[in-house]
Design a protein around this ligand. Structure first.
Ligand code: PAF
Length: 283
């Protein structure tokens, strides 16, 4: 596996590869890799000629600076995992390389209403930071396909909007969330939970699964109320939101009725042991 540290070297390399007809698959990450990331690498390897991963803990997407400093950094182990799983190229830029002197004067991108709902509402500035770094990474890597985990459902919508707005010739491949045996979605944040916390965090999947199974039985309003009661009965949860939305564009739904042929998604965010966890399930 070759490692690039600078945008210029990486761009020259990927431009060459594209001229040779190589299809480039890209897995952007912030490191602290787990099986979920490795499944994205495997999918890219199956569908592309060249698989490139990036590790960059992006300061502009942390609305709480403490979270940025606490974010696990384990580049050695991550690099080893990527090598063992056949990743061809690792892009490992520094903060200076990605932002230079511009860290404090980022031009806002148009994220629209996605910036004001759910994660956008709870984490002001988060999606501006994500869109900013993702645009820079896409311009550096010039991928044909980008592999993203569905666990960050809203993030995928933001990135899809970015590539539409900027006419980028990139295909987004949304990949299923990998789960622990108790249903807990794999995430780098899980490392900060105790063993007991990891068990308790399985509640999220139970609630989402309950909603999915009850779609055929009760109205959205009733299913949602029962699901919220399930969480309220566990005093260790601090729920931020549990919502039902249209899966297509995350717009609000009519809570009185389910509509035939419409795809819905249930989205969850809550705090457990001081760790903020999110998950979702398409219904
Ligand atoms: O999902 C992530 O790990 C990050 O938000 C991303 C897409 C790598 C941008 O920093």
């Amino acid at each position: 596996m070759e490692i690039f540290y600078t945008v210029n070297e990486l761009r020259a390399y990927t431009q060459n590869q594209k001229a040779l007809g190589m299809v480039i698959g890209f897995v952007p990450t912030m490191g602290a890799l787990h099986q979920g990331h490795l499944s994205l690498i495997a999918r890219s390897k199956a569908e592309c000629n060249l698989t490139l991963a990036s590790i960059f803990v992006n300061p502009t997407q942390f609305n709480d600076p403490k979270d940025y400093y606490k974010y696990p950094r384990m580049t050695e182990t991550d690099g080893q995992m990527l090598r063992e799983h056949g990743c061809d190229i690792l892009f490992l830029p520094s903060v200076d390389e990605m932002y230079q002197h511009l860290l404090l004067e980022i031009s806002p991108l148009n994220i629209g209403y996605l910036d004001t709902i759910l994660e956008g509402a709870k984490r002001p500035g988060h999606y501006q930071g994500v869109a900013t770094i993702v645009e820079k990474l896409f311009l550096s890597v010039q991928p044909d396909k980008v592999y993203l985990g569905l666990k960050d459902f809203q993030q995928i919508k933001v990135i899809e909007k970015l590539i539409r707005d900027k006419y980028m010739p990139i295909k987004i491949v949304s990949c299923p969330t990998l789960r622990e045996p108790n249903g807990l979605a794999m995430s780098s944040r899980n490392m900060r939970l105790s063993e007991d916390g990891k068990q308790k965090a399985g509640d999220i999947y139970q609630v989402l699964d309950f909603i999915q199974k009850h779609r055929a039985i009760d109205t959205p309003e009733i299913v949602l109320a029962k699901a919220k009661d399930m969480i309220a009965s566990k005093d260790y949860w601090d729920l931020e939101y549990l919502e039902l939305r249209h899966a297509q564009d995350l717009s609000e739904i009519d809570l009185k009725h389910w509509q035939e042929g419409v795809d819905y998604v249930a989205l969850y965010a809550g705090w457990l042991e001081g760790v903020r966890l999110i998950d979702n399930l398409c219904l």
